[in-house]
Design a protein around this ligand. Structure first.
Ligand code: PLP
Length: 475
């Protein structure tokens, strides 16, 4: 397959669709430029170019996307329809409150529904992403303890954003190791908690895809020491209607609406990471709070101990509309989402356990983690397996994460895939395991069927150069 041209590399100048360069233009002379350093391309070629590129894009709408830790579930189109309602899509954030009662009601009710789902007492929809929710919770912790406590305990199976958020708030991070069965090592936790500990940030289910079995005990250890506890609830897709972080004893948590509640994500698009807290922490939540007075909705700004705004206006409102639509569409069936997400992950795990090494051999939650380490004897790494999957038309799973598993392969099928797709993926993974042993070069050279071959991912991440320098026709 040939590499697609960049739009700058076309040159269809002087064909009949290009406007006449010499045409009279009603502009002051000093604003007229002789040449512009932009592509010189026919309209039809522009259309063909971008249509062709769009066909090369891979998304959940055209295939299986088992990217662990990202919950790349199908985004129902009804969410999009509702988010495009004129009254939502064209709303000005500074409209008079009287004119936006419906939108305030939607956000108020979404907060109530998230409380019901998680067992928290109050929610704020302001944070724009999971990590932003974590930062908000760390700011609340800071406000609660002031300078009296400065340590945040984080298990090594937490999401990487947890320590980053705590560090941004100036906390000292203390790591706790995972035990041999994939849970928090309780003895180590006890030995690290002291009167300087402000917060425990725990991802549950963890990045190993495992539900923390000692969660009630862990919350008790922290509370006995006077510390707060925070659940990174970005993996709530495993727990909907089954168990609630609020009932497990957590004081605070965040949700990723763009994961669990099917609002689209990827490529840095708008997310939403609402934060929920127990009643005694409500006074610290960001302002404004949406309040209901009789039958109307208003904004409360005057909350003395609030951490203030963490985001302009109300957060990513379009995401709130989508999540609201999603939850209302499922109603009491929401529990099935998690039941099937967990079933699908366990089906994949058990189907592949004799082909790929399973570091923690126990029932998983919504995702399962393998190691590609057993293929080292054939000179094969996890990266080669992931790249070979592209040749078979699948998006690769998450690789080399979580960090505590060597050569990790993290697969999250989500509930929106049917058995036929899971079986196709499983059979392909088995085939790749066989190829690794019998014909490792197939993996070393993969991918061969994509528009571009193997890229230097590290260089792309560390030295991104997103600017094309066209041949300058002016200078
Ligand atoms: C467990 C967990 N926590 C936190 C985050 C961070 O969320 P965001 O990317 O929205 O900042 C993620 C992202 O996928 C996650 O999986």
């Amino acid at each position: 397959m040939t590499t697609p041209k960049l739009i700058f590399e076309y040159n269809t100048k002087n064909t009949e669709h290009v406007p006449n360069e010499n045409a009279e233009v009603d502009l002051p002379n000093d604003l007229k430029r002789k040449e512009l350093s932009i592509p010189d391309v026919n309209e039809v070629d522009v259309i063909r170019h971008f249509t062709e590129l769009s066909k090369k894009n891979y998304g959940v709408d055209n295939g299986f996307y088992p990217l662990g830790s990202c919950t790349m579930k199908y985004n129902p189109k009804i969410n999009e329809d509702v988010a495009r309602f004129h009254g939502f899509a064209n709303l000005h954030p500074q409209s008079p409150l009287l004119n936006v009662q419906g939108s305030l009601q939607l956000m108020y009710e979404l907060e109530q529904m998230l409380c019901e789902i998680t067992g928290m007492d109050v929610f704020s929809l302001q944070p724009s992403a999971g990590a932003h929710g974590e930062l908000t919770a760390c700011m609340i912790t800071r406000k609660h303890f002031g300078a009296k406590r400065n340590k945040v305990i984080i298990p090594d199976s937490a999401h990487g954003t947890n320590p980053a958020s705590a560090a941004m708030c100036g906390f000292e991070i203390v790591e706790v190791k995972t035990n041999s069965s994939g849970g928090v090592d309780l003895d180590e936790l006890r030995s690290k908690v002291d009167s300087n500990t402000a917060l425990l940030m725990l991802t549950n289910p963890s990045t190993l895809g495992l539900f923390e079995e000692n969660i009630v005990e862990i919350n008790k250890i922290m509370h006995d020491a006077g510390a707060l506890t925070y659940c990174d609830g970005a993996n709530m897709n495993a727990m909907l209607g089954i168990t609630r972080p609020g009932d497990q004893g957590f004081d605070m948590m965040h949700l990723n609406l763009h994961k669990t509640f099917s609002t689209p994500h990827g490529g840095g698009g708008p997310g939403s990471g609402p934060v929920g807290v127990k009643k005694f922490l409500e006074k610290y939540l960001p302002v404004p709070r949406i309040v209901k007075k009789d039958d109307s909705y208003a904004l409360e700004f005057n909350i003395q101990e609030s951490i203030g705004r963490v985001r302009s206006f109300f957060g990513n409102f379009g995401m709130h509309v989508r999540a609201y639509t999603y939850i209302k569409s499922y109603g009491k069936m929401l529990k099935r989402v998690s039941q099937i997400a967990v079933l699908n992950a366990n089906y994949i795990m058990r189907s592949l356990e004799n082909h790929y090494q399973l570091p923690y051999n126990k029932t998983c939650a919504h995702e399962c983690v393998f190691s590609g380490g057993s293929f080292a004897k054939y000179g094969i790494h996890t990266m080669d397996i992931a790249k070979r999957l592209l040749d078979y038309g699948f998006h690769a799973p998450t690789i080399y994460f979580p960090l505590i598993v060597k050569e990790a392969i993290m697969i999250e099928p989500t509930e929106t895939e049917g058995k036929a797709m899971l079986d196709a993926f499983i059979n392909t993974m088995k085939k790749i395991a066989e190829e690794a042993e019998k014909n490792p070069d197939l993996l070393h050279n993969a991918p061969v069927s994509t528009p571009v071959g193997r890229l230097d991912g590290v260089r792309a991440a560390r030295q991104p150069n997103l600017r094309y320098e066209p041949v300058c026709r002016i200078c």
